[in-house]
Design a protein around this ligand. Structure first.
Ligand code: SF4
Ligand code: SF4
Ligand code: FES
Length: 232
């Protein structure tokens, strides 16, 4: 496969044509923070945490959803980028009810981890504190919309890997919600196979197993995606 050369943080990097900036950076050992991205799934560009600067581009672009170009000069780490990432994460924290102390994912949560890495010890915005609802109707799993960051990992893994397309997003802006089938209780879904992939993919405590909540993150989703591609 033809290779392209670009610079990331001033370092010359060779990557495959068709790679995203995120993939090229990762292969070169350069870390870019992410939230909605999950290897093996089509990028959604939903969270904007992975924003990077590209010389000649008018504004930062999401590294997970932007393809590389020959001669591209990328900056992944700058004071404006750090400020933008802090603001994004603070807004996510303010938008729903992330009470870490009483969450099944406390100390295993990607949002919590990212906030800590960005040095967020308080939120500058007013908390919206919506009553977003909890659905415990499924036999084995639950969804707490109060902890959902609308990353769409569950939507994509259920659609692209499991092929069930149980989840979708309804509404706009702050009123957006993840919905099951025709906006019905999860336990009444006609499409859900009970595979648990959405629970594994969720980066927060929004989707959880009722009996073994700490088992999250153990499924090899990237391996499953590769297996599915090899069968096409
Ligand atoms: S358990 Fe599997 S089929 Fe059911 S909603 Fe989650 S990913 Fe889709
Ligand atoms: S339920 Fe979890 S995986 Fe789905 S959109 Fe919300 S935070 Fe993301
Ligand atoms: S990880 Fe790139 S936009 Fe979310």
């Amino acid at each position: 496969m033809p290779r392209l050369t670009l610079t990331i943080n001033g370092r010359s990097v060779s990557a495959r044509r068709g790679d995203t900036i995120l993939a090229a950076a990762r292969r070169s050992g350069i870390r870019i923070p992410t939230l909605c991205n999950l290897e093996g799934l089509i990028p959604a560009g939903a969270c904007r945490v992975c924003l990077v600067e590209v010389a000649g581009y008018p504004r930062p672009v999401p590294a997970c959803a932007t393809g590389i170009e020959q001669g591209m000069a990328v900056t992944t780490d700058s004071e404006p980028l750090a400020a933008a990432r802090r603001t994004t994460v603070e807004l996510l924290l303010a938008e729903r009810n992330h009470s870490c102390a009483v969450c099944v994912m406390n100390r295993h949560c990607r949002l919590q981890d990212l906030a800590a890495r960005l040095g967020i010890d308080h939120v500058r915005f007013a908390f919206i504190s919506p009553l977003a609802g909890v659905d415990m109707s499924h036999e084995r799993f639950g969804i707490d919309h109060n902890r959902c960051i609308l990353c769409r990992r569950c939507v994509r893994v259920c659609d692209e890997i499991e092929g069930a397309h149980t989840w979708d997003v309804a509404g706009r802006g702050a009123a957006s919600r993840i919905i099951c089938d025709l906006a019905q209780p999860w336990g009444t879904s006609a499409t859900c196979t009970g595979c648990g992939k959405c629970v594994q993919a969720c980066p927060t405590g929004a989707l959880f197993e009722k009996d073994a909540p700490t088992r999250k993150g153990t499924m090899d989703l990237a391996g499953l995606a590769q297996w599915r591609r090899s069968r096409k």
